[in-house]
Design a protein around this ligand. Structure first.
Ligand SMILES: NC(=O)NCCC(=O)O
Length: 412
């Protein structure tokens, strides 16, 4: 099973350890972690993992096992399933605040030439077993990838892909509301939004669905890429929702959509507004961003004392008409390889290994939210040092307050 074609026939899975020439290949391995594990002697791999993934409460991050209902679904539908547990130290005054969080990554389900209604239906059918596995695993908060209900067609600049846009209470929201109620689960639904009440404006939006199927709120992508084939500014503008943090039944969460991860002030604003978990639903390709992918979210988690869930789609999506992006490159019909690699980062600088670079996947992790405050000593000192370098008075005041609170809790 060496070629790209053979891999496609095998549902996107590579035979581990085999040389392959597919775009985005790392020599047949599904992830860097798995490549290292297969090629390094165990004590060396352990030491390399310590450096790459950090330590949680002084020891390697623990894997947890999931119910058979979940593992059976992952085998039947060929999706990567991994589960971990971020712990925090025991405290005298607070109970642990453990939530189980899930991330779903997927490839498209039908060719981009299929009828739009069929593509959407097939996508819902494709992610359903992963949502069921999350439900069977007791996941409390689940996030899907950016614009999960469509191919990432923004490279083409063709108007017709706007037909995938939906109102906030559209098809995908209704589909997920039912599952949210069934599994008592908060679900983040990132889609291309058509704002039917305001001139049919198109936005890149994450809709937050509560565990009773209620719509808690929305957030619209703050920064739009204008790089490579990411011609997204043809379709929608920078969002108008600021940096909201939503109080859910299981914790305070925010969504920093894709390109927003390159802007440290987005991460900071979500932190100042009280986020305990920030999701980064994305669609990005190897050539442009893969070296940055493991760094940015992890850095944000450390600097802002919260957990981050990073999600990227998988596969190569071929479009019917070749396109260019005004950068002198010859015309082409695909965006390149979306490398998956969804993972969690924690405020104590530890992180999970990544999901597959090729296959659909569900990443699950328990996280004790007490770790946010426990990890915040160092960032607060850093923030205090930065105060006089800032012009942003409001931010400075909040940072100063943060420092004061930390100071007084030290005295206790
Ligand atoms: N969807 C999106 O914003 N992609 C931008 C590419 C990147 O940030 O890596």
């Amino acid at each position: 099973m060496g070629s790209h074609k053979e891999r496609e026939e095998n549902g996107g899975a590579a035979a581990e350890g085999q040389e392959i020439s597919a775009p985005g290949s790392i020599h047949g391995f599904e992830s860097l972690h798995r490549l290292l594990e297969a090629n390094l002697k165990p004590p060396i791999f352990q030491e390399v993992s310590r450096l790459l993934l950090g330590l949680n409460c002084g020891r390697p991050l623990q894997r947890v096992s999931l119910p058979m209902a979940a593992t059976t679904l992952s085998e039947a539908h060929n999706f990567d399933l991994q589960a971990f547990c971020f712990q925090a130290d025991a405290e005298f005054l607070r109970q642990p605040q453990i939530v189980r969080v899930g991330l779903i990554q997927n490839s498209i389900a039908l060719p981009t030439t299929a009828h739009i209604a069929d593509q959407k239906n097939a996508l819902m059918q494709k992610v359903k077993p992963m949502i069921d596995a999350a439900g069977a695993s007791g996941v409390n908060i689940l996030c899907l990838q950016e614009a999960w209900m469509m191919p990432f067609a923004f490279c083409t600049r063709e108007k017709r892909w706007c037909e995938f846009a939906e109102p906030v209470n559209g098809e995908s929201t209704q589909f997920l509301q039912k599952l949210a109620r069934e599994y008592n689960m908060v679900i983040v639904n990132p889609i291309l939004e058509r704002d039917v009440n305001h001139g049919e404006t198109i936005w890149n939006t994450a809709i937050l669905i509560g565990n009773h199927g209620n719509i808690i709120g929305i957030h619209r992508k703050n920064h739009i890429p204008r790089v490579g084939d990411f011609n997204e500014s043809t379709y929608y503008m920078e969002g108008n929702t600021g940096h909201p943090v939503f109080e859910t039944a299981y914790g305070k969460i925010a969504i920093n959509i894709c390109y927003g991860r390159h802007q440290p002030l987005n991460w900071l604003a979500f932190g100042l507004n009280g986020a305990e978990i920030v999701f980064n639903p994305s669609a990005t390709v190897g050539e442009l961003s893969e070296p940055m992918w493991p760094i940015e979210a992890r850095n944000a988690a450390i600097a802002n004392s919260y957990f981050v869930g990073s999600i990227n789609r998988v596969g190569t999506e071929i479009f019917p008409n070749a396109f260019t992006s005004g950068d002198g490159k010859p015309e082409h019909s695909d965006f390149g390889h979306f490398y998956g690699s969804s993972h969690f980062s924690a405020p104590d600088a530890s992180c999970t290994p990544s999901l597959s670079r090729y296959r659909d996947g569900l990443m699950v992790s328990d996280m004790d939210l007490n770790l946010c405050r426990q990890s915040s000593l160092i960032p607060c000192c850093r923030r205090e040092n930065n105060l006089d370098k800032r012009n942003d008075l409001a931010a400075s005041e909040q940072l100063f307050c943060c420092f004061i609170v930390q100071e007084s809790s030290d005295i206790k």
